[in-house]
Design a protein around this ligand. Structure first.
Ligand SMILES: [Zn+2]
Length: 268
């Protein structure tokens, strides 16, 4: 049986909310793994040391859900504090190099043994191409990284490796697992995963209908579509709205339902 301890990464900010949640997962035989590296803040490193001490465990490896800085930057400091620890993630060439550790590749179907128990690795791209989630079958718990945030929404940066079609497929896949609990990297645990995942999927599909309606009404640019959907939008939120619309348009283009020519979009 595995024991999970939430370790707060102590990195609050505009992109991280009240800061990231990382999880120390301990099994029998004094073995433990850490899910996500945080940003190397001193209080996080202290919580990690205390957690390992309390559990009487040694840190075997750090599993990183994806290469966004709030999840991966702490690898350098953890490597310094815990020599010999291995760092594993799904490869994202061009991004992984900046974190100063020698990553070992992790992918779909891999199993991470923690004492006599194990976590299964699921490749769940969309928020980023390298996104992984970690599934503990016995407790039907999913360490879900940035797939969902309770009461919030997840950004799909289509200009930085995000892909909305893949993201929706990942949400569908997670829902089909019938998890009992999601442990996201931001915000509280999600104890009603099916409802939350269904809401997420329906919300995105409703947004897609709005994007198609805007195109049919003659809106041709990302900005024009965004302005028609987000009426009276706070200018500070415009970049996020543009990213969201761009992600929807790219999905429609890949599906052959919209075309773009010289940055002007139309329905097929
Ligand atoms: Zn992220």
């Amino acid at each position: 049986m595995l024991e999970f301890i939430l370790l707060h990464a102590h990195n609050p900010g505009p992109m991280t909310g009240d800061g990231n949640h990382t999880f120390l997962v301990a099994g029998d035989a004094g073995r433990a793994v850490l899910i996500d590296a945080g940003q190397g803040r001193e209080p996080h490193l202290g919580l990690l040391a205390d957690g390992l001490h309390r559990l009487g465990s040694r840190l075997d490896c750090v599993l990183v859900t994806h290469a966004h800085p709030d999840h991966a930057t702490g690898a350098t400091a953890i490597a310094r504090a815990h020599p010999g620890v291995r760092f594993l993630k799904f490869p994202w060439p061009g991004e992984d190099e900046r974190f100063g550790v020698a990553w070992q590749p992790l992918g779909e179907g891999d199993r991470i043994h923690v004492g006599s128990d194990a976590l299964s690795v699921l490749h769940t791209p969309g928020h980023s191409p390298d996104h992984l989630a970690f599934w503990h079958e016995a407790s039907r718990t999913l360490f879900s990284g940035d797939l969902v945030i309770a009461g919030g929404s997840v950004m799909i940066h289509s200009t930085r490796g995000g892909n909305l079609a893949e993201y929706l497929a990942s949400l569908e896949r997670i829902r089909a697992l019938a998890p009992a609990r999601l442990l996201p990297a931001h915000g509280p645990a999600i104890e009603d995963p099916i409802e939350v995942l269904t809401h997420y999927i329906e919300h995105r599909l409703a947004r897609e209908v709005q994007v198609l309606d805007a195109l049919r009404a003659g809106r041709r640019t990302v900005q024009a579509v965004a302005e028609s959907i987000y009426d009276g939008l706070d200018p500070a939120l415009l970049p996020a709205a543009l990213e969201t619309v761009r992600a929807h348009l790219d999905k429609l283009r890949l599906e052959g339902r919209a075309i773009v020519d010289a940055d002007r979009w139309s329905v097929v």
